[in-house]
Every structure is written in structure tokens, then in C-alpha cells.
Design a protein around this ligand. Sequence first.
Ligand SMILES: [Zn+2]
Length: 315
Amino acid sequence: MPSVAPHECQCEHCQKTADKRRELHAQMNWFMSQLSKAQRRWYAGIESNRIKRNGARKIARVTGLQETTIRRGGKEVENYAAGQLEKPHLRRPGRRTIKQRYPDIEVKLMELLADDIAGDPMSNKQWTRRSSRQLSKELQEQGYRINYHTICRLLKRMGFSMRVNIKKRASTTHSPSRDAQFEHIAAERKEFLAAGLPIISVDTKKKELIGNFKVNGRSWCKEPIEVSDYSYASMAECIAVPYGIYDLAANRGYMYVGILVDTPEFAVTAIHKWWADIGSIIYPGKNELLILADGGGSKRGALTCLEKTGTNTIE
Ligand SMILES: [Zn+2]
């Protein structure tokens, strides 16, 4: 903050000891001594604009500034008020955005998260098991100065959604075995990808009762359709169990719908069908398949195993 010695007023009032204006002028000059050069000019301009006649000259005597300087300041303030002040005068070097500072930040984040991403491939929603704070720390170690709020924003923009990790809340203690499990899966994924072996991520979607039930949402119709008030599974004609299979390497999702119950046999059937319809064509001659199931578990099994339904159940 610039600070110069306050100017001593030279006006005729301040020469008389008893004048009230003396105090005011002293205050003005003290205030101006705290301002930058431009601010002094603008403030003097404001004061001079308030005076009907010879404002600049009077204020020059009070403040010690040049009349031309005061007129210029007065004009600038007027223009500013009219939204016309030349931009270079006011523009401050704005903060650069995170992407300007680190153009590769999203790539970096994806790299950090690569082995860590869980998600719902069908809806393209993704989440990560790492916290933003943890990511912030890891990035800082690599020379990126970025706080976790910004990471949250970036992740959101990159399509990740926040997800409360209930398991993590239930057991606040860090589980080394869980970490080891994730690392194990990550290693397997890398190995399979490198070898061109298929990896699929599977999970069961929300079950739908097929029958005459009330569903949320409205449709246009003339007569209200009579529906059962309660959705009981026993009243349903059948239950549709959508089963999602996501091919990681090919980045494609498939959906199989079963109409009985959600059993391991159904999961195996769905995977088997996927392999027969699609997998065997995309990955000809491959005899290993990595299956990532919900809950972070993974199954590594020979394809022949899958053919015997039930021998390789899904977690
Ligand atoms: Zn004075």
C-alpha cells in the first residue's frame, strides 16, 4: 500500500486557524496519502466534480495535485461510471484457470485414476475410490499445485460423480487387505489389456417388475388405468433382471435381460451368451477372460469353466 506524507492544505480556509474546513481537508489529505497515484487522481477528481465552479483549481490547492491531473481523474471517474473507462487502466492480471496453468491436468488425473475407476458402464457414470484430498496430495507430489475443491470440479466436468462410500464410512479404519485387492485387480487389468485378453465388467441393474403396476411418471390417457397400488414381487407376472456387461478394451456395453430371478446361474448364462455372441468374435482364440464384478471382486477363469454353468459364480 503506497503511503506518502499527507499534503498540507494551502487553501485560504486552512490559513485561518478557526475554520471548520481545516479538519476536513486534513482528513482528505491523510486519506489521499494512503492511496496509489491513480486512486489519488480519481478521488481528487470526484471531489472536484462535486464543486460547481473551478473545482479542479480549488482541489489542487487543497491536495497539492496539478489541476490537469485532477481534471483527468475527474474525467476518468465519469467515464468509468458510464462504463467507458479504458480497460488497460483497470485490468488486473486475472488468475489463470487451472487448465491454463496445467494444460495436461485432465490427462494426469486420468493417469492417476486409471487403475482406480469404478463405474456404471451402461450409464457412463464413473466414480473413484480415491478422495479428492488424496488426489490433491498425489498431484502436489508431482509438482501440481491444485486444491481438492478444484479437483472435485474437474472430476465432475470429466463425468465423475460424487458417491458416498458407505463401506468406507462404516469402517473408518483403513483396510490394507482392501487396498491389496484393488492393487491386485489393477495389476490383472494391466496384464490382460497388454495381452489383448478380454476384460468385462458386469453388474445387475435395477430390477423391474413386469406387470400392471403403478410407475412414477405420467402418460397421457383418457381413462385412468387401473393398477395395483403396491408393487409386490409375488404379484408380478415376472421380474426382469437386466444384466450389464461392459467390454473395457472395446469400450462397449451390452445388456442381457433375464425374466426369472437374479442368480449366479443367470449371470453365468449372460456372460456365456455374451462370449458366444460377441466376445468370441472380438477376441478370437483367447482362452482367458477377466471378469470384474460389482463390489470390486474379480474372477479370472478359463473360458471352458464358464461353459459349466454354476462352476464359476459371480460375486
Ligand atoms: Zn484547506
